[in-house]
Write a protein of this length. Structure first.
Length: 425
């Protein structure tokens, strides 16, 4: 989000972008900086902090973090980002740093950031985070500010944070603040993915491998087929926004962690490219690293000319996908997931006439951040409705939790009815 906002302003404001470690430093006018900072924090874009476990602190650093004396030798401003529950059901928090470029100008400075995070219920067991940045050469008369961000994850609870940053000349900027990560009353039923009072490094890799899941072993375990539309909410977008990727991968991980499901089939497709990007058939787990590799090859925002001039290409692609994937499988349920697919023309009724009467249940986890902007049913939703399936709007983390709870409840009930019916014959 920051990169996009700044890029659009560069031509008219003659701004310059520099890279500082994994954090982008923008030479911004004060007016532009003020307009970007609140939006960046609201998007929860926190990068650049890693956990090193039991790190060795310098005596001077340890004293600063313990005494919590506010220092401004290095005139930075660190603003806390309030904990926000993500689609991955983890509380994300962190900080935004603003530092005048003139303070780090010259032939390459070194910045070290240290955090001490302590749970109010475990004050003798703080967790430390550290990050080191190598600053590129910056002109002595550089104007504007460097904008850095960092973050970590929390479980429910109350915490205290001690923050410090020092440069090569041992100048220090230090602050401290309190945090509280709590679920609102209507979300109390949600089981978060991180334990209460826990403090962990933020996950940087969307498609990391999933830890083993202890599966429940009923007489007839569940098998599901997932059709994932891995596409941005805006079909013409040239890239996936991090929040969109996080939401779609979180939906998939939520399904993969269900202990009652033993077999998975996954078909990831992209409506922009009009092709199946990744396929995994009848496996005991979802291979997230391989899915990530396949999706990394997508070239969003680029449409094949032949498909562009063919007004029926999108409709034909989706119709064939439904026929191929819903007509041949032995799963207990089919689950669609992804943003809305708004086609210029409706799917022909003949394309799913036969599968509409199929006995397996169909579910649609429709991801859309602002449902009020597109309140009408999309093409996949229309198919799911004709198949007497169930559609869920996923716009917040609790929507994902509630949808999955309902889906598993319906699956369990349908399985019980089917088993009872078979035993009476």
């Amino acid at each position: 989000m920051i990169r996009q906002l700044c890029s659009s302003a560069q031509d008219s404001n003659s701004e310059t972008a520099r890279t500082l470690g994994r954090t982008t430093v923008w030479l911004l006018s004060p007016l532009l900086l003020a307009s970007i900072l609140p939006r960046a924090a609201a998007q929860n874009l926190m990068q650049g902090v890693s956990s090193h476990g039991a790190i060795q602190l310098l005596a001077s650093d340890s004293a600063i973090l313990e005494i919590e004396d506010v220092k401004k030798d290095l005139p930075c401003t660190a603003t806390q980002v309030k904990p926000v529950l993500g689609f991955d059901l983890r509380f994300h928090t962190g900080y935004d740093i603003v530092l005048p470029l003139r303070e780090i100008s010259g032939a390459g400075d070194q910045l070290t950031i240290l955090l001490k995070v302590t749970s109010d219920d475990a004050k003798d067991s703080p967790v430390y985070f550290s990050q080191h940045y190598t600053v590129p050469d910056i002109e002595e008369d550089a104007k504007g500010d460097a904008f850095l961000q960092g973050g970590f994850d929390l479980g429910e609870g109350s915490y205290h944070v001690s923050f410090m940053m020092r440069d090569r000349m041992e100048r220090v900027c230090s602050q401290n603040w309190d945090l509280s990560a709590t679920l609102p009353p209507k979300d109390q039923g949600i089981r978060t993915a991180i334990a209460p009072k826990a403090i962990e490094a933020s996950e940087r890799e969307f498609f990391r491998d999933e830890p083993p899941v202890t599966r429940i072993s009923p007489e007839e375990p569940f098998k599901v087929k997932i059709l994932l539309n891995f596409s941005p909410q805006r079909s013409a977008a040239a890239a996936m926004q991090p929040i969109d990727t996080s939401a779609l991968v979180s939906i998939l991980r939520n399904i993969s962690r269900e202990p009652k499901i033993h077999r998975f089939s996954l078909v990831a497709f992209n409506m922009n490219d009009q092709k199946v990007v990744y396929r995994q058939d009848d496996s005991d787990k979802i291979d997230f690293p391989e899915l990530g590799k396949a999706l990394s090859k997508l070239k969003l925002g680029i449409v094949d000319y032949n498909k562009l001039v063919d007004k029926h290409s999108e409709t034909d692609f989706l119709a064939k996908l439904l026929q191929d994937e819903l007509g041949t499988h032995d799963s207990d349920a089919v689950i669609f997931a992804g943003p809305k697919v708004m086609l210029d023309e409706p799917l022909p009724a003949d394309s799913f006439k036969e599968i509409a009467a199929s006995p397996f249940p169909v579910f649609y986890m429709n991801y859309i951040l602002t449902p009020a902007q597109t309140p009408w049913r999309d093409s996949i939703g229309t198919v799911v409705k004709r198949m007497r399936g169930f559609e869920y709007t996923i716009s917040r983390p609790r929507d994902l939790w509630n949808a999955w709870t309902d889906i598993m409840g319906r699956l369990a009930k349908m399985k019980l009815v089917a088993t009872a019916s078979t035993s009476t014959k």
